[in-house]
Ligand binder design. Structure first.
Ligand SMILES: Nc1ncnc2c1ncn2[C@@H]1O[C@H](COP(=O)(O)OP(=O)(O)OP(=O)(O)O)[C@@H](O)[C@H]1O
Ligand SMILES: [Mg+2]
Length: 376
């Protein structure tokens, strides 16, 4: 939908903010521009809605050069969200959100109804409608900013560090909300951040820029983590790259065993059949109670009040390999407990088995890539 084709921006003072940047921004997905301060992220975003004009190169929207389109028409198709929301301080929340519809000539009533609908969409209580921006928290203001950008239902959303000014907890909430909203609305979003974790969480594609507005790498997050293009990208990704990459692998295929899972009233034969050094003891509904050491255990004497904690269980199919590994690492026995959606144990799995699955996943993704190379 948006194609940036060898675009350079040189400001009048000679600063090269963006240097021959080419990017294909896929439709209906979130593309993240990430990089250190001053690497040209904002400049790039602003060239897309022509708040800044490129010095060289072209930007195409649906195959047409945006240079040939009236700026007002172009901007109407692009919502814009900035850090601190940039709300109109003298207007109420509802009127802030209704700004663009009103500009487009909607009646007051219809615009306000649309605003109320959007407040709900972005997770804001409509009771806040009559307040002024200073009467809202930073996180709430940011939601208003998103609602305002969505008001006229533009196909494109440009977001410049929209969540940078809020604390980590609120920020996580806003990120989750954006992903949920995107599932519903399917906008083409270009999202700027200098936070690589935010980029990896939100991006379908991530463009890592370096000083001087040069593209260091453009790839899906899992590929950035597995194959950083160079030392700059690797440094920028930071430590734990391998562990973080496990977020992109499912835990559904893990080989679970039910051998060592026994009810508190297990028979002697059942206990004797357990090969592992620990047993996971469950209640009559199959929910985990804790771990017991096998040595010395006989039927009928599993003291459920003296079990080792089973830790946090994971849900295969929902949770990633990273979560499964974390559960095993935190478990006093080194075994992770798998449960179904209702919290009933479906099996247990050792760190070693998870390690084997990780190696297999890595090998598979390398093979996939090699296969893709051949196909091209
Ligand atoms: N109007 C301007 N005139 C001259 N130089 C500018 C102008 N706007 C930006 N720059 C320079 O262009 C470069 C890129 O700026 P830009 O705002 O695009 O960076 P950024 O990646 O968004 O940074 P940050 O993460 O700090 O927001 C910087 O060196 C900046 O100083
Ligand atoms: Mg910026």
């Amino acid at each position: 939908m948006i194609r940036i084709d060898s675009v350079t921006k040189r400001y009048p003072d000679g600063t090269v903010a963006v240097d021959r940047l080419s990017l294909e921004i896929p439709d209906r997905s979130i593309t993240v521009l990430v990089g250190p301060s001053g690497c040209g992220k904002t400049t790039t975003l602003r060239m897309i809605n022509r708040m800044v004009e490129p010095t060289e190169g072209t930007i195409l929207l649906d195959g047409e050069d945006i240079q040939g389109q009236p700026v007002t028409t172009l901007r109407r198709s692009m919502g814009y969200v900035i850090q601190n929301a940039g709300l109109f301080q003298h207007r109420t929340i509802v009127d802030n959100i209704a700004t663009v519809p009103r500009m487009l000539g909607w009646g007051k009533q219809r615009a306000r109804e649309r605003a109320a609908e959007l407040m709900e969409r972005v997770g804001l209580d409509t009771a806040l409608a009559k307040r002024y921006p200073y009467q809202l928290s930073g996180g709430q203001q940011q939601r208003v900013g998103v609602a305002r950008a969505l008001a006229a239902d533009p196909p494109v959303l440009l977001m410049d560090e929209p969540f940078s000014a809020v604390d980590p907890v609120v920020r996580k909430g806003l990120q989750d909300e954006l992903l949920r909203l995107q599932d519903e609305l399917g906008k083409t979003i270009v999202f700027v951040t200098h936070d690589i974790d935010e980029a990896i969480k939100l991006g379908t594609m991530v463009a890592v820029l370096r000083e001087g507005g040069r593209l260091a790498q453009y790839a899906p997050p899992a590929e950035l983590l597995s194959a950083p293009a160079d030392g700059f990208v690797e440094d920028f990704l930071g430590a734990d790259r391998g562990i973080r990459r496990l977020s992109f692998f499912a835990s559904a295929e893990l080989d679970l065993t039910t051998d060592a899972v026994v009810p508190a009233d297990a028979t002697a034969e059942r206990i004797a059949a357990v090969k592992a050094p620990h047993l996971l003891v469950t209640d009559p509904d199959g929910r985990p109670l804790g771990w017991a050491e096998r040595t010395g255990l006989t039927a009928g004497d599993i003291a459920t009040d003296r079990l080792l904690p089973f830790g946090r269980p994971f849900v295969p199919g929902t949770d990633s390999l990273r979560v499964a590994l974390d559960c095993a690492v935190l478990s006093p026995t080194g075994w992770a407990v798998a449960v179904d959606g209702g919290g009933r144990v479906t099996g247990v799995v050792s760190q070693q088995t998870i390690g084997e699955a990780i190696r297999a996943a890595h090998t598979e993704s390398r093979a996939d890539k090699a296969g893709a190379g051949v196909a091209e």
